[in-house]
Design a protein around this ligand. Structure first.
Ligand SMILES: Cc1cc2nc3c(=O)[nH]c(=O)nc-3n(C[C@H](O)[C@H](O)[C@H](O)COP(=O)(O)OP(=O)(O)OC[C@H]3O[C@@H](n4cnc5c(N)ncnc54)[C@H](O)[C@@H]3O)c2cc1C
Length: 812
């Protein structure tokens, strides 16, 4: 085959991800070339164990893993090459009461996402997996559509189909460089020459970080050793033995040639290749590390006594790329147009390969993610992820937690503190229990003297419940101070700033300077890509505030959608301002004590931005709220933050001021039905479905991105609508992902859940789906139940805020 000089797309890496992406690009009719530095599968793929599980905590990622299963089931028939695919089901054990609660909640999540998962007694589990000792097992879950495959065979089969449909695949062809021009990729270089291209898709496994770093693209993954043992044949191991996960013993199993594969996630993982991957590391394994594996072996023998006497063929030790949050990395790099990444598969690349390759190919072809892929989107990373040492430390914690209990609201412990607001020491002194996001330390709640501000995790009512209730009530009755300095903040400036934002924002931002506009930014499907506030500071100067975790994503969305030829630039000013939100009925009286400026609603109405003189500092004040009270967000030049904080604290004594944290914000916003991006709203939900139509300028004759999709949708019955629910039984714990039943039919799941302390009830929000249409009458007419950890509980639907629906408090 002649070596091409150009190709519409070039894939770098011939592991399962590269080959799956080639398969799907070829299927979409794209001309594609795949370049593999050695042989196909010679990276991590050839030594994978081959378990294919599907259940994750996100609906779209579960759906993506389901795509893998659908693909693998038919692949052998499509290509004639064996794949070793076996749909023998997956079993998951629970050995503690808390794990059993977790498994029951997972079963409910599976049901929410339409995945079959059955709960079994220990005896029923034993019937499926006869070699087990189940004396410590409380219960088990079984997913009949999970399976296993031969990783190399699946990969070669994908490659064969891609070739059959026009893909060009070259082995022993390392890419030696990627060329860029004008902020775009334009070619790759190899020893055989240069290939000009419009899209480079880097699926180079653990080599991805170093390769992408050469062109200024950050891919935060590191290599970690991972081991599994392969035994000789063992009596009583049937061919159809399900895969088994035993999280309380940190181990997993599958059948192989009449024996067992047994691997585990050690609590003390070993990083690999810290100073770079050796030059000729191809088709290679690392030395077996029996000493490190021994604790896994002990745990496994307790479960499968036959392992004690089984012959051991080998202990595979393979390096694999892992990431700081345990999820893989997909999408177009925010730093460089046309450069796509599919890497960092955290030892579930075989399970993900089919689906990940599909959505990555669709992303390349369509120019944007084909569905909500936020949990794996490359833009979920930000400043802390540029430091490989930080990434490695956090990644090792994530690896060690692989089979640990996934507690509600759990925080990472490692690599902290990293980013601190100027108020950090004051807040720590005031009893803050900090959480972490994007490297920032953020107060979650405050302990009073005598209370230890440390989270104790549980599936029951947590130890911070009363502290959060206290902060919640104080916000509703008096006034609270929230340090929200971690907010991402941007300026958009330039001759055409208004025109650019007018196109990107769904709400009308062409209002007069001093206006504050809450808006969504939509994709071409009308889905919500960003949810933020825009303050118009001057004719062509806009100040944008968005969530801490969305800094990279939202900056990328805005910059990539500025229409060509317009003069508008985005500047990230996150670090320039500390942000204090002063919220509650006493906020005005308190603030008025320390500013000469008029804070009356006539001078400073809701939905406006003004500059205030506060304790000697020039502060930008935004009259807005995410907790549903009278209040101001104060954006303070960083060096003035402590002075302002101290002045507010001092003046606050007369007004019942207290510090409050992010967990109080969550309960307060749930009562007010304020949406959270990434939970209640995202790229798969339009403002009409999310009940945010009032914030879209459809009635005005102004074009904007997503308008056509909304106009089309407006004319038809909606297939889903966001609805609020309360549970009369106040002890119920809602966490999100609970299944919604209407008239006994499964209609959706909760996108978010929590407790409203003012109303004294659990609250959830979720989309109610119906193929024949959903409207308000439909939403309010049914009899509803929520399934919580497999139990059905009656609940009541709500369409609006649960308190202050007329906004009297906010507009006071
Ligand atoms: C011990 C072990 C057990 C595992 N078990 C399972 C399991 O049971 N289930 C599961 O789902 N997953 C499992 N995995 C994970 C799975 O192996 C990986 O997630 C998956 O193989 C990753 O595939 P990939 O295509 O991203 O990377 P790779 O397979 O590493 O492919 C990347 C390719 O890129 C090539 N490359 C690198 N640089 C260049 C360059 N400059 N030019 C051209 N080519 C280049 C490399 O040679 C390599 O072939 C396991 C992993 C390990 C280590």
């Amino acid at each position: 085959m002649a070596f091409p000089t150009q190709s519409r797309a070039v894939i770098i890496g011939g592991g399962i991800i590269g080959c799956s992406t080639a398969y799907h690009l070829a299927k979409l009719g794209w001309e594609v070339t795949l370049l593999e530095r050695a042989k196909l599968t010679s990276g991590s793929t050839f030594h994978a164990a081959g378990l294919v599980g599907q259940l994750r905590s996100s609906a779209s990622i579960t759906q993506l893993l389901g795509e893998s299963v659908r693909l693998y089931r038919n692949l052998e028939a499509e290509t004639g090459l064996a794949t070793g695919w076996k749909m023998n089901g997956g079993l998951r054990l629970a050995c503690t009461a808390e794990r059993w609660t977790e498994v029951k909640r997972q079963a409910t999540t599976a049901r929410s996402f339409g995945l079959e998962m059955h709960l079994l007694s220990p005896q029923e589990a034993l019937n499926l997996w006869p070699l087990m000792d189940v004396s410590d097992v409380i219960g088990a879950a079984f997913l009949p559509t999970d399976g296993q495959a031969n990783p190399s065979d699946i990969t070669l089969s994908l490659a064969k189909w891609a070739r059959m449909h026009g893909a060009k695949i070259f082995e022993d062809m390392p890419v030696t460089g990627i060329e860029t021009a004008d902020g775009r990729v334009c070619a790759v270089n190899t020893s055989q020459g240069r290939i000009a291209t419009e899209a480079v898709i880097v699926c180079a496994g653990q080599w991805t970080r170093a390769l992408c770093a050469t062109i200024g693209v950050n891919v935060p993954l590191v290599s970690v050793e991972h081991q599994y043992m392969v035994t000789e044949a063992i009596d009583g191991v049937p061919k159809n033995l399900p895969t088994l996960r035993d999280p309380d013993r940190l181990t997993y199993y599958k059948e192989e040639v009449g024996g067992l594969v047994m691997g585990g996630y050690e609590p003390n993982p070993i990083p690999w290749a810290e100073s770079g991957i050796p030059e000729n590391f191809t088709y290679q394994l690392l030395n077996s590390n029996w000493a490190h594996f021994e604790p896994m072996m002990h745990l496994a023998i307790g479960r499968v006594p036959a392992l004690q006497h089984a012959g051991v063929k080998t202990l595979i030790n393979g390096p694999e790329s892992f990431t700081p949050d345990g999820n893989f990395i997909l999408g177009e790099a925010p730093e460089l147009r046309g450069l796509y990444v599919g890497a960092g598969f955290n030892a579930f690349g075989i399970a993900s390969g089919g689906g990940a390759g599909k959505v990555l190919a669709e992303w390349v072809v369509g120019g944007e993610a084909p569905m909500d892929l936020w949990p794996v989107d490359i833009r979920r990373f930000g400043p802390p992820h540029r430091d490989t040492g930080w990434v490695r430390t956090r990644t090792l914690e994530a690896y060690a937690k692989h089979y640990a209990m996934a507690w509600p609201s759990e925080e990472y412990k490692s690599a902290r503190p990293l980013r601190r607001s100027p108020l950090y020491a004051r807040l720590a002194e005031a009893g803050a229990c900090f959480g972490e996001k994007m490297g920032w330390e953020r107060p979650n709640w405050f302990g009073l003297p005598g209370e230890t501000p440390v989270d104790i995790y549980t599936y029951e009512k947590p130890n911070w419940f009363n502290a959060v209730a206290r902060e919640h009530h104080n916000t509703r009755k008096n006034v609270s101070l929230f340090d929200q300095s971690s907010f991402a903040k941007f300026l958009v400036v330039g001759r055409d700033a208004e025109a650019a934002l007018s196109w990107i924002c769904a709400n009308d931002i062409t209002r007069k300077p001093g206006s504050l506009i809450y808006t969504q930014m939509l994709n071409a499907r009308g889905g919500i890509e960003a949810d933020l506030t825009v303050a118009r500071l001057a004719e062509q100067k806009f100040y944008i505030t968005t969530g801490t975790g969305f800094v990279t994503h939202d900056a990328d969305w805005i910059t990539r959608n500025i229409p060509a030829g317009l003069d508008a630039q985005l500047v990230d000013v996150t670090s320039a301002y500390a942000t204090l939100a002063l919220m509650g009925p006493n906020a005005r009286a308190l603030l008025q004590k320390i500013t000469p400026d008029d804070l009356s609603s006539a001078a400073f109405p809701f939905g406006t931005v003004r500059h205030l003189s506060l304790a000697g500092a020039a502060v930008m004040a935004l009259r807005i709220t995410y907790v549903g009270e009278l209040g101001w967000e104060l954006h303070i030049p960083t060096e003035f933050a402590l002075t302002v904080f101290d002045a507010i604290t001092e003046a606050g004594r007369a007004f019942g001021l207290a510090n409050a944290g992010y967990r109080a914000i969550e309960t307060l916003r749930l009562e007010k039905a304020y949406r959270a991006w990434g939970a209640d709203i995202g790229p798969d939900h339009t403002p009409l479905e999310a009940g945010l139509g009032a914030f879209v300028k459809l009635k005005k004759n102004i074009p904007f991105l997503g308008r056509e999709a909304l106009e089309t949708q407006r004319g038809k019955p909606l297939k889903k609508m966001l609805c609020g629910f309360t549970v009369p039984e106040s002890k119920t714990i809602l966490l999100g992902r609970e299944t919604i039943y209407r008239n006994n039919i499964r209609v959706g799941w909760l996108a978010s859940g929590g407790f409203g302390h003012s109303i004294g009830k659990p609250i959830g929000y979720g989309y109610v789906r119906n193929p024949y249409g959903v409207d308000e009458a439909f939403l309010t007419s049914g009899t509803y139940e929520l399934e919580v950890a497999t139990q059905r509980i009656p609940c009541i639907p709500h369409l609006g805020p649960l308190i202050d629906p007329k906004m009297a408090a906010i507009k006071a």
